[in-house]
Design a protein around this ligand. Structure first.
Ligand SMILES: NC(=O)c1ccc[n+]([C@@H]2O[C@H](COP(=O)([O-])OP(=O)(O)OC[C@H]3O[C@@H](n4cnc5c(N)ncnc54)[C@H](O)[C@@H]3O)[C@@H](O)[C@H]2O)c1
Length: 415
C-alpha cells in the first residue's frame, strides 16, 4: 500500500510538471463544492425542500449488486429528511428464482437473494418490475444498471417523466456513438430522457458498502442545491460524500478504472507481484489523466485525488470482479464471455467492454499508441495479444521515455 501511495505521489509531482490537466498543490480539491455535512447545510436544504415543495419521490433504476447496496442506504435515508417521500421504488428486471418472481421475493423477504444475498433492504424499498410504473412519478431517478442495458431501460421513459425530474448515474462505462466516438453514460441518459444528470463514482465495492464498512464517494454535480439534496439522500456515517463540479472527469474516472483493473487482473494471473501491479496502477492513472486532457479539456487534476480517482483505482485493482475475472482469464485460457457466465451469477463485467468502447474511438482517431496500456488490455481481452504482452507494454510505456532532463526543464519552466 505504501508503494501505491508513493507511486501516486510520484505521479502527482511528475504530472504537475508535465501534464496539461495541471494545477498547483494548493489547488487540489479546488473543484469541491462541499464535503462533510454541516448542520447549516442540512437545515437549509431541509427548509428549501419542505417549505417550498412536496416531498421528493425517489426511484432507483436497477437492482444488481450496487443497486441493492445503494437501495439499502437510500431506503434508510429518506426516512430521516422531510424533503423525501418515505417510499422508494426500485425497478427490478424480472427474473424467476426457484420458481418465484424476484420482485415478489424482494417485497416479501426484503432481500435481493440473487444480487445481494444475506443483506436486508429497508421495507420501504418496493420492487417494481415495470420501469415506467416505477419511474413515472419520481422527482429523483438513481440510474444503477449495467451500462449495456441503459438504452432498453431508458427508452420507455422518454417523454413520460415529470417536468422537474433530476437524475444521478452510478453507472460505469461508455456508449458507442453512432458514426464514431464514445458517449458518457450520463450524456446518453440525458439524450434519452431529457433530464439533468449528475454522477456518483468512488471506491465503493458494493459488498463492503452493504456491510457498512467505512468508505468515501464522489458526486459530480454542477448545481449546489441539487448536490446538497443528493448528499442528504446518500451520505451516512460510514459512506461519506464529497461533491465536486468536475462532472465529466468524475464519470470518466469511474469508467476507465475498470480497464486498468482488468490489466491488474492479468498481472495477478501471470504471477507477478504488488510492485508490478503498482506500475500498472500508476501508468493506468497517467492514461486516465491523459484521456481527460485530450477528450475532456478543462478537467481538474484534483478530481483524480478524490475517491472517484486514485482510491477507486486502487480498490478495483485489488478487489472487484474485473480483476478477478481477468486473473482467471490468464490462468484458464477461457474467453471473457465464458468466465462472466461461469463466475458472476448474472452480474455484468465492465472492464473488457469499456476497453472495447475506448479502443473503438482511439482506433478511429489514430490514437492507440498514445494509450498503450488501454490498447494492450483490449487486445489481450480479444486474444489478439498474449497476456505476457502486458509486461512488454508497461516496460516500453512512453511514461518511461520522459527523461530527467525533460522533467528538470519543465520543472524549471513551471516555476
Ligand atoms: N457492484 C459494485 O461493486 C459496483 C460499485 C460501483 C459501481 N458499480 C456500477 O453500477 C452499475 C450496476 O452494477 P451492479 O453491480 O448493480 O449490477 P450487477 O452486475 O450486479 O447486476 C446485473 C443487473 O442487470 C440486470 N439485468 C440483467 N439483464 C437485464 C436486461 N436485459 N435489462 C435490464 N437489466 C438487466 C439484473 O437484473 C441486475 O440487476 C454498473 O455500471 C457497475 O459498474 C458497481
Amino acid at each position: 500500500m505504501a508503494m501505491i501511495i508513493r507511486a501516486s505521489l510520484a505521479l502527482f509531482s511528475r504530472n504537475s510538471r508535465c501534464s496539461k490537466v495541471s494545477c498547483k498543490l494548493s489547488e487540489i480539491g479546488g473543484g469541491r463544492l462541499f464535503s462533510c455535512s454541516s448542520p447549516l447545510f442540512t437545515c437549509s436544504v431541509t427548509a428549501a425542500f419542505t417549505n417550498m415543495s412536496p416531498p421528493k419521490k425517489i426511484c432507483i433504476l436497477g437492482s444488481g449488486n450496487w443497486g441493492s447496496a445503494i437501495a439499502k442506504i437510500v431506503g434508510n435515508n429518506v426516512t430521516k429528511f422531510d424533503q423525501f417521500d418515505n417510499e422508494v421504488k426500485m425497478y427490478v428486471y424480472e427474473e424467476m428464482i426457484d420458481g418465484k418472481k424476484l420482485t415478489e421475493i424482494i417485497n416479501t423477504t426484503h432481500e435481493n437473494v440473487k444480487y445481494l444475498p444475506g443483506k436486508k433492504l429497508p421495507s420501504n424499498v418496493v420492487a417494481v418490475p415495470d420501469v415506467l410504473e416505477a419511474a413515472h412519478d419520481a422527482d429523483v431517478l438513481i440510474f444503477v444498471i449495467p451500462h449495456q442495458f441503459v438504452k432498453r431501460v431508458c427508452q420507455p421513459l422518454a417523454g413520460k417523466l415529470k417536468p422537474n425530474t433530476v437524475g444521478i448515474s452510478l453507472i460505469k462505462g461508455f456508449d458507442l456513438k453512432e458514426g464514431g466516438g464514445i458517449l458518457l453514460i450520463s450524456h446518453l441518459i440525458k439524450e434519452l430522457v431529457n433530464i439533468p444528470v449528475s454522477v456518483l463514482m468512488g471506491a465503493n465495492l458494493a459488498g463492503e458498502v452493504a456491510d457498512e464498512k467505512f468508505c468515501e464517494t464522489t458526486i459530480g454535480c454542477r448545481d449546489i442545491e441539487i448536490g446538497r439534496m443528493y448528499r442528504d439522500l446518500i451520505q451516512t456515517d460510514y459512506f461519506r460524500v464529497v461533491v465536486v463540479d468536475d462532472v465529466e472527469a468524475v464519470e470518466v474516472c469511474g469508467a476507465l478504472k475498470n480497464i486498468v483493473a482488468t490489466g491488474a487482473g492479468f498481472i495477478d494471473g501471470l504471477g507477478y507481484g504488488d510492485n508490478t501491479k503498482a506500475a500498472v496502477i500508476r501508468l493506468g492513472l497517467m492514461e486516465m489523466i491523459k484521456f481527460c486532457e485530450v477528450f475532456y479539456p478543462g478537467s481538474k487534476l484534483g478530481t483524480f485525488f478524490e475517491s472517484c480517482g486514485v482510491a477507486d483505482l486502487i480498490t478495483t485493482c485489488y478487489g472487484g470482479r474485473n480483476r478477478r475475472v481477468a486473473e482467471a482469464f490468464v490462468k484458464t485460457g477461457k474467453t471473457i464471455e465464458e468466465l462472466e457466465k461461469e463466475m458472476l451469477n448474472g452480474q455484468k463485467l465492465q472492464g473488457p467492454f469499456t476497453a472495447l468502447e475506448v479502443n473503438h474511438m482511439l482506433k478511429q482517431k489514430g490514437m492507440e499508441e498514445r494509450f498503450p496500456l488501454f490498447t494492450a488490455i483490449h487486445q489481450i481481452c480479444l486474444k489478439e495479444l498474449p497476456p505476457p504482452g502486458m509486461i512488454d507494454c508497461i516496460r516500453n510505456h512512453p511514461e518511461h521515455m520522459c527523461t530527467f532532463d525533460q522533467q528538470h526543464t519543465s520543472l524549471v519552466n513551471s516555476e
